[in-house]
Every structure is written in C-alpha cells, then in structure tokens.
Design a protein around this ligand. Structure first.
Ligand code: M6R
Length: 461
C-alpha cells in the first residue's frame, strides 16, 4: 500500500525457529526463512520477530542468515525484536474495510490506551506514566521546562492542537503546535528549556523525524507519542509514550487519533499534577470521563446506521464546510480531512468565529455546513454562527449534545452525542465524523482503505 514516491523504513522479519510471542497468534516462521517488508503487518502472518534497519544500513540475506552492515562496510550487530501484535489485528475479520473495523475497535483501543495510567482513588497524582519517570524532575520545574512545542503532520497535527488546549488549561505553560514540515524550516524558538512532543502514529513520518532531530540539536527534551513500537522516531527521542491502539492499517487514521487524544488528555493531567498536586473539581470530572471513554464511544458507534443513512443523503455534494470553536476547532479540521482523503470531496475545516472574515461568502445551499455545536463554554457562540449560516440559506448538519432543543429549527440534520465534559467531546465528535466520512466514501464506491495518491507512512519529505 505504499506509493511509489515513498521510500520505506527497512524491516526484516526473521524466521529463527522461535515460538510466537505470548498472546500472539502469529505462527513461527520456518527455520532460516527471512522476509523483507516496509511495515510489520505485511509479515505478521509469517513471523513476529523483526529486525529494524537504520538509515544507511544494508542487510545481506542468505540461507545462512542475515548480515547487517553500514554503507561503508562496518558490521552491525542487532538482535530481533518480538512484536506483540496479533494476526487478528491485521485482518478485516468480516468487516468490508479496515477503516470501519478500526473505527469500531475504538472502545477496545481506548481501553488499552488508558490501561494502567489512571490510579483509581489516588487523589494526588492520579495519573501515572512510568515511562516519564526519568523526566519527572525536569518536568516538575518551571525553570527547567518553560515552554512546550507539539509537532505532527495531518491527523497527528490535529491531535496536537487539541493537546495544546488540554495542556494550557491544566499546566498553564505556553504551548505552540507546529506542522512538522513547517517547524523544521521556521524560526521557532527551541532551547534546552523547551519540551517538544512529537506526535506520530507510524513513528516514520519524515518531517516529524526531522523535527525531532532539529529539536534535539537545539538541546530540547523530546517526547514521542507514538503507536508503533520500535519505529524510527521512538529510537531518537528521550522518551516514548505509546498509544497502544494496535496496528492501524487503513490510510485514514481513526483509532490512532482518538488514542492520541486520550494520551494527551492524561498527559495534561499528569503534567498539571507535577506542578500542582491536587486536582480541581473540573479536572476530576475530566479524569472520570476519560476512564469511561470506552463506554462513551460505544454510545456513538451505536448510531452508525443513522450516520450511514445521513451520509448517503449528503454524498452527492461536492464541497463541505466544517465549523467548530476552541477545543472542537481541531475536530472540524480533522473531520474535513477524513472526508477529503477518502471521498475526494473538498471539505474545509475552519474556526466558526472567523467565518465573518471571508468564508461566509461561500454559504449557499450547495455546500453543507457541518457545525460542531456540542455543550461547551463556546456553545452560545456556536449558536450565533448557526444563525448566521441559516440566515444565508445554508444547510446545517449539527453535531450536538443529546437533549439539545435549542438548535432544532436552525438545522437540517443533527447527530446527538452523550453529554460529556467539553474536553472529552473531541473524541466523541471524531468518531461520529469518521463514520460520516466512511459512509460517504463507501456510497461513492471508492477505495476507502487505500485512497488515491496517499500512503500510510509518509517516509519522504
Ligand atoms: O504516522 P503519522 O501519524 O506521523 O502520520 C501523519 C499523517 O501522515 C497522517 O495522520 C495522515 O494525515 C492520515 N492519512 C490522516 O488520516
């Protein structure tokens, strides 16, 4: 599934006659059998032992074994890593596409993401990240970390934008979010007191990897939030916090995104706890709902037939505007990206408050406006934006909260989500917008899992 434009990270699957890792249904490969692949899922049915190649290395494979050396001939010793992913995770298991399988898996993937990170009944430091212990001292001191920069591309960048709101509220530290491709060439201030958080599902995105190197060269502390164990980015950062979402095969990122948001929400509470030991009542509510994410997401997934029906009705339109504010402005960006990349419909995500400064000129009944108007601190502001769209003859699809009676006559269609803390809402909104995009693309008869011109891991600039 890679485009020809993308080179691949090196990866060898080795058949060293060893049993599969515990909990894995991957069979052991026959003795002295080797596989070459760009990604683990491609070889998981043969082996669960992999050797990762670094840049500038060559593997010489023969029946006798594998010899790794650098381009200038120096021999490299590297042992195989056991992958704990399960074969069932890289098969469709009865679903027509990986994307819908991965959307539906989110209650389980979120369960794995939060597992072991919330200490029930513990009032001080109720969130724990064992992997961050080596950085605890540094992260606790305002003089040692005085600024955070979050990096990512595409969906990972959108997760970073949500993370900024989480962290600024909880830690009161300035956070900037940069697209990795911009960060590596702009004049962003990076010092030894900067904490850089690199977001990446694959851990192989070239721009994010280059951003990590740039940050390290300027003395920053760098954390990765990543899904793929042992990937390139995780090998270069100070510490990796894994999202544990399981393998994501579809090009369109779904469960990796919600896992990133779950990690960022917990990370914000963790960082906040290091500097201010007791949680506020608001943070306690936020944490309680993070714990309930699997059940909350189930409540969105049960609406899939309703979302399918709605998506079919809207699949004939050629352009969409997605509007949101504050914590759900990134949700508008992400929802629009999902629709664009798999249905080839032009969709733009925009902050609703900016509409008057230009986008309002686009409003007509040929461009549905999808408004994220869940209960939040900016709810009334969103209602004003809905009125503006309605007054200009626009078609509004609302993503709203169950029981909302105020929006009724302003909208054409509504999807109603469970009432939650406003910081939890981006995860529920994401799931609804993933389903909407998926069913539009399916109805258009498109290759949902491998959309044209796109690759799962963008390993070139
Ligand atoms: O593997 P990464 O998270 O670093 O990938 C970043 C983007 O390429 C990725 O999120 C892309 O935007 C997806 N196709 C979005 O669905």
């Amino acid at each position: 599934g890679k485009s020809a434009a993308n080179s691949s990270p090196g990866l060898l699957g080795s058949g060293l006659a060893s049993p599969p890792a515990e909990g894995s249904s991957s069979p052991p490969a026959a003795e002295n059998e080797f596989f070459v692949a760009s990604d683990v899922p491609a070889i998981l049915e043969h082996t669960n032992e992999v050797i990762y190649l670094e840049d500038g290395e060559i593997a010489d494979i023969s029946r006798e074994g594998v010899r790794i050396s650098t381009f200038d001939g120096k021999s490299v010793q590297r042992s195989a890593t056991k992958v704990t992913w399960d074969m069932s995770q890289v098969q469709k298991e009865g679903y027509p596409h990986f994307m819908i399988k991965e959307i539906m898996e989110q209650p389980q993937s979120l369960e794995q993401t939060i597992a072991g990170r919330i200490q029930c009944g513990v009032d001080s430091e109720p969130v724990t990240f064992q992997e961050l212990e080596p950085l605890r001292e540094k992260l606790s001191h305002p003089q040692k970390v005085n600024r955070i920069v979050i990096l990512g591309c595409g969906t990972a960048y959108h997760a970073g934008l949500v993370g900024k709101a989480f962290i600024e509220k909880s830690v009161q530290l300035p956070v900037t979010v940069d697209m990795s491709s911009e960060f590596r060439y702009n004049s962003s201030v990076v010092t030894p007191e900067t904490l850089v958080i690199a977001m990446s599902q694959s851990g192989e995105t070239a721009d994010t990897l280059a951003g990590v190197r740039h940050a390290k060269a300027h003395g920053a502390t760098v954390i990765a939030i990543c899904n793929v164990v042992g990937s390139s980015i995780t090998r270069e950062v100070d510490v990796t916090v894994y999202t544990h979402a399981g393998p994501e095969i579809a090009v369109a990122s779904t469960k990796a995104y919600t896992a990133q948001l779950a990690v960022l929400s917990l990370l914000s509470l963790y960082l906040g706890g290091l500097r201010r030991p007791h949680l506020t009542d608001d943070s306690k509510k936020f944490l309680q709902e993070i714990e309930c994410l699997p059940q909350l997401v189930e409540k969105v997934l049960v609406q899939s037939a309703f979302l399918q029906d709605m998506a079919i009705r809207y699949s004939k339109f050629d352009r969409f505007l997605y509007l949101g504010r504050y914590i759900n402005y990134p949700s508008a960006l992400e929802g629009a990206l999902k629709l664009k990349e798999i249905s080839y419909i032009h969709a733009e995500g925009y902050p609703a408050g900016e509409m008057k400064h230009g986008h309002i000129a686009l409003i007509d009944d040929e461009m549905p406006v999808l408004c994220i108007v869940t209960q939040s601190s900016v709810y009334e502001k969103m209602i004003s934006n809905l009125q503006e769209v309605d007054a200009r003859g626009g078609r509004v699809i609302a993503i709203a909260t169950e029981g909302d009676t105020e929006i009724g006559n302003l909208i054409q269609d509504g999807v109603y989500l469970p009432p939650v803390h406003e910081f939890v809402s981006p995860i529920l909104v994401a799931v609804a917008l993933q389903l909407f995009a998926y069913y539009v693309a399916v109805h258009r008869g498109l290759d949902v899992d491998q959309p044209r011109n796109l690759a799962k891991s963008v390993t070139v600039e």
